[in-house]
Ligand binder design. Structure first.
Ligand code: CP
Length: 308
């Protein structure tokens, strides 16, 4: 039985398989409409979500399966003191697969150690968000046609932004990717990403503090929200929250072929004046999340619609 806790739980070949399956689902939706008939997905969200939870639920529904779960810890027996391990053991009696989001780093990993069914990490604290990464990779593949040989600028809260940590881990296994890390000094990527991912694998990266100085080099700009919920100090959040706002003026020197991504939710990081710019891919990205989660559910459940 396979779980998805960290993006590196999947080999590059397995990721490519999931992305290709997602592309087939997009082209042949009816072929998959009963693929998970009789199966149940549980969504256990101990932290708020719009896209991840609802796209998982929509994904299972479009596969002909059913969904159950909760959208906040308050409505679960966690409030009575039940452990993550016990919760997972019990929900594993009711569902065939579980997607779980938790504010504590490592909670889905803990769950996977006792789970009788596949566990998907739908975001753990400031650590990882592997299904957002699959969404991002599918978006890059669809927008750019390739997952190799481009320069990506990751901008904003690179310290607490789990989507960035997971995306770096995944993309660093493809060829010819240059990373430009754009953040204030207080929100730089964690040191383990620098040493264990970039330096260990001899990957081209550099750290800068403004987007203007690198805009002309970028093939992709990946904007992120400053993660208010992870700050210990409200004053620091208020001081840093609007450090980067991408608008028309900032794109003056950008490539015509630039792709603008954001995992969403957006606060102020991208002006709404860019929403109709053909380079703005963030709503297409959100849609890709549903298709890639359909492909992931099929893969982890071992369902192959081409086998009789
Ligand atoms: N991108 C993302 O994880 O969004 P939600 O927090 O709304 O799920």
């Amino acid at each position: 039985m396979k779980h998805l806790i960290d993006p590196t739980d999947l080999s590059v070949e397995e990721i490519d398989g999931i992305l290709n399956l997602a592309l087939d689902i997009i082209d042949n939706k009816s072929k998959y409409s009963e693929a998970c008939k009789g199966k149940k997905l549980a969504t256990l969200f101990f932290e708020p979500s719009t896209r991840t939870r609802l796209s998982f639920e929509a994904a299972m529904m479009e596969l002909g399966g059913n969904v159950l779960g909760f959208s906040s810890a308050d409505s679960s027996s966690a409030t009575k003191g039940e452990s993550v391990g016990d919760t997972i053991r019990v929900v594993g009696c009711y569902a065939d697969i579980i997607a779980m989001r938790h504010p504590k780093e490592g909670a889905p990993m803990l769950g996977s150690m006792v789970s009788p069914v596949p566990i998907i990490n739908a975001g753990d604290g400031g650590h990882n968000h592997p299904t957002q990464t699959l969404t991002d990779l599918l978006t890059i593949k669809r927008e750019k046609g390739d997952l190799n040989n481009f320069t990506i600028g990751l901008c904003g809260d690179l310290k607490f932004g789990r989507t960035v940590h997971s995306l770096i881990k995944a993309l660093s296994r493809y060829e010819g990717i240059k990373f430009i890390l754009i953040s204030p000094k207080e929100l730089k990527v964690p040191e383990y990403i620098i040493t264990e991912v970039f330096e260990k694998n001899n990957i081209d990266y550099r750290e800068v503090t403004t987007m203007e100085e690198v805009m002309s080099e970028l093939d992709i700009i990946y904007m992120t929200r400053v993660q208010k919920e992870r700050f210990f100090n409200e004053a620091d959040y208020v001081r840093l929250k609007d450090t980067y706002i991408l608008d028309k003026s900032k794109l003056k020197n950008a490539k015509e072929s630039l792709t603008i991504m954001h995992p969403l939710p957006r606060v102020n990081e991208i002006s709404t004046e860019l929403d109709d710019d053909p380079r703005a891919a963030y709503f297409r990205q959100a849609l890709n999340g549903k298709y890639v989660r359909m492909a992931l559910i099929l893969t982890l459940l071992g369902v192959n619609v081409n086998e009789g």
